[in-house]
Design a protein around this ligand. Sequence first.
Ligand SMILES: [Fe+2]
Ligand SMILES: [Fe+2]
Length: 285
Amino acid sequence: MTTSTTNRPESGMTYMPTLRNLRFNLDPQKIATWNKGSIHLSQFMNSLSLFFPVGERFFIDSVRNYRDTVSDSELKKAVSAFIGQEAMHGREHDEYNGALFDRIPATRKMEAFVAGLLRQVQRLPKSWQLSATIALEHFTAILADALLTEPRILEDADIRYSRLWLWHALEETEHKAVAYDVWVGVMGKGPYAYLLRTGGLLVASVVFWSIAVPFYLRVIFHEKQLTNLKGWGQLFQYAFGGIGVLRKLAGPWMDYFRPSFHPWDHDNRALLAQIDTLEKEIEAA
Ligand SMILES: [Fe+2]
Ligand SMILES: [Fe+2]
């Protein structure tokens, strides 16, 4: 389902995201081994998925808080598309996480923990909530770029799981500047905005990893894989070694601290050329 395809790269504002209503029909039996048959790799990405539905609802609320302050008609449209895309991601990752809950009931509590934490963040000033949102959107966008530019991450993965991750990464790329442009409209580019924005990334990153790592260890413990050295070796190679997904994120993460930073400074629009083909494949599956 396509609602809009406007692209406005020259404006310095945003790329217009397109709302797509897609279903992935994941095989729940493959939840722990969908990526190269490896529990360590599959559960690493599954642990990230635990943050998505509740996180995305938080992003939607944070941007919605400021929706009425947006006067630019294109940005208004982009905000609606952003909300629609995040809602679809939440829906599909709810189904994804359901398969994980069935396999490891403790993961349901982990997701509830993140939801509880985000409810606390929603008691903070709205500008702080938006700061957390743009920080996490930056994090998601650089992760998405890594996923789209390093084919080894999803090589030999189950096709349905792989399509879901690619679709999510492409849409995160499409809408990577929407919340940011709302932020600039509301907060401007002065020193206070800079401090709140960069402080948001620092806090969000520390909080995120201090929750994600114990979640992952708990899942691996449940899978009785804590002493599987081959699995840990695979993960190390994937995260910090040759493939090095996380190692390669350091530079793009730092980019956010440039005072003039804008998400489209890293112009990776060319990656979006594959989205129509992917959409047709998913619809035909
Ligand atoms: Fe998303
Ligand atoms: Fe997003």
